[in-house]
Design a protein around this ligand. Structure first.
Ligand SMILES: NC(=O)c1ccc[n+]([C@@H]2O[C@H](COP(=O)([O-])OP(=O)(O)OC[C@H]3O[C@@H](n4cnc5c(N)ncnc54)[C@H](O)[C@@H]3O)[C@@H](O)[C@H]2O)c1
Length: 357
């Protein structure tokens, strides 16, 4: 069986989930794990004795037998590490959000194209069984024309030291929306507030409007006493309610909606024009395979067979552009227009002074 030789950089909180899934994939030889901190590597070496551990990223770049590098380090390091990996002709799977700016994302997209390497972003939820099931329902036209997308991701969250709640939490919901609807927003409006005195908003509300009448809203917060992970998607025919945390019936599809009829006479009141449809609800089952296992298999397949990843560099770029526009709106208090069909201006990125090995 064809094998992909892989190295993972970053063995902090999230990296070990990727390490486990790459290690367990039959088509992968997990050759390296790299981290700046030796104690992180000691734990990995105990658990996976066949894997080489290193604090020097250059070891992975210099190994001609290494096909792919998986980047699970903090966001500010993604660009440099991915740029070096692609320049060394490695396929790349990089954590979300893809980079700190759309300019950096565009540089990586262009580099991957030039080198004919796979560049994929870990938008994990796109590979989750529930989201895949919802996508099937939407793609089959069961909901009709999509009217709105409404998402809540709130809890008493871990305040980040280098990012606001939008950059921390919204990439998940924006990437779910991007994956499910495949429609590009035209205007982004965000409001939020910072309560911790560190300049980073801990509560935010983002509204996206589209060319037609579609509207999307995202509520993200680190300051909620309860944890909520809910999504509503409304269509002209049916509507979906998805609750990630409920133990049963996480996806509910409601045959509910409204019909608007033309008034029969000028005397008819507006209320008479709306009729309600209240039909059945059904709760479809979905594949319970761990999302990362599905995602790792997809990355391996793309790298071995030259296929386009579902969450490729361009999808990572789209999400970062929406995050940037949301941030600009937060700071200015004004809605921001966005044109995702235009390429992002490539930048010569500043040297962040990041130690890479
Ligand atoms: N997909 C998801 O659901 C999900 C969930 C959590 C985090 N993440 C993402 O994963 C990434 C890492 O987050 P985390 O919470 O694991 O961070 P973390 O700080 O816990 O771990 C990062 C690790 O990277 C190491 N590191 C940093 N710079 C390095 C370098 N130059 N070379 C080698 N090692 C280096 C650090 O020593 C640390 O062990 C972030 O991009 C985050 O957004 C994704």
């Amino acid at each position: 069986m064809k094998q992909l030789t892989v190295g993972v950089v970053g063995a902090g909180y999230w990296g070990p989930n990727l390490i486990r899934n790459f290690y367990e994939n039959e088509q992968v030889e997990l050759k390296y794990v790299c981290d700046l901190l030796p104690d992180k590597l000691a734990g990995i070496a105990r658990r996976y004795p066949t894997v080489k551990t290193t604090t020097n990223y250059q070891d992975m770049l210099d190994d001609p037998a290494l096909d792919a590098i998986v980047i699970a380090t903090p966001v500010r390091t993604h660009f440099r590490l991915a740029q070096q990996a692609l320049s060394a002709n490695k396929h790349v799977l990089v954590e979300k959000p893809m980079c700190m700016s759309s300019g950096e994302c565009q540089v990586l997209v262009d580099l991957a194209d030039a080198r004919r390497r796979i560049l994929m972003v870990d938008h994990t939820f796109a590979y989750h069984g529930a989201i895949r099931r919802i996508k099937e329902v939407i793609d089959a036209g069961e909901l009709g024309e999509i009217l709105y997308f409404d998402s809540v991701r709130i809890n008493l969250g871990l305040f980040q030291s280098d990012a606001n709640v939008i950059w921390d939490l919204a990439p998940h919901d924006l990437s779910i929306m991007d994956h499910l609807l495949r429609q590009t927003p035209k205007v982004v409006h965000a409001t939020g507030a910072c309560h911790a005195g560190n300049g980073f908003e801990d509560i935010a509300y983002i509204t996206l409007t589209f060319a037609d009448n579609l509207i999307a809203h995202f509520n993200v917060s680190w300051l909620s006493p309860v944890k909520v992970r809910q999504m509503l998607i409304g269509g002209t025919k049916k509507m979906i309610a998805y609750d990630e945390l409920t133990p049963m019936e996480k996806i509910r599809i409601y045959d509910k909606g409204i019909s608007v009829t033309e008034p029969q006479s000028v005397q008819s009141s507006y209320v008479n024009l709306i009729s309600y449809r209240i039909g059945d609800m059904h709760a479809p089952v979905f594949d319970l395979t761990e999302a990362l296992k599905t995602e790792v298999a997809h990355f391996v397949d793309c790298a071995l067979h030259g296929k386009q990843p579902m969450t490729d560099g361009r999808s990572g770029l789209r999400i970062v552009r929406i995050l940037e526009a949301a941030n600009a709106s937060l700071k200015s208090g004004q809605p921001q227009e966005i044109n995702l069909e235009q390429p992002a201006p490539t930048v010569v990125p500043q040297d962040f002074g990041i130690k890479v090995g």
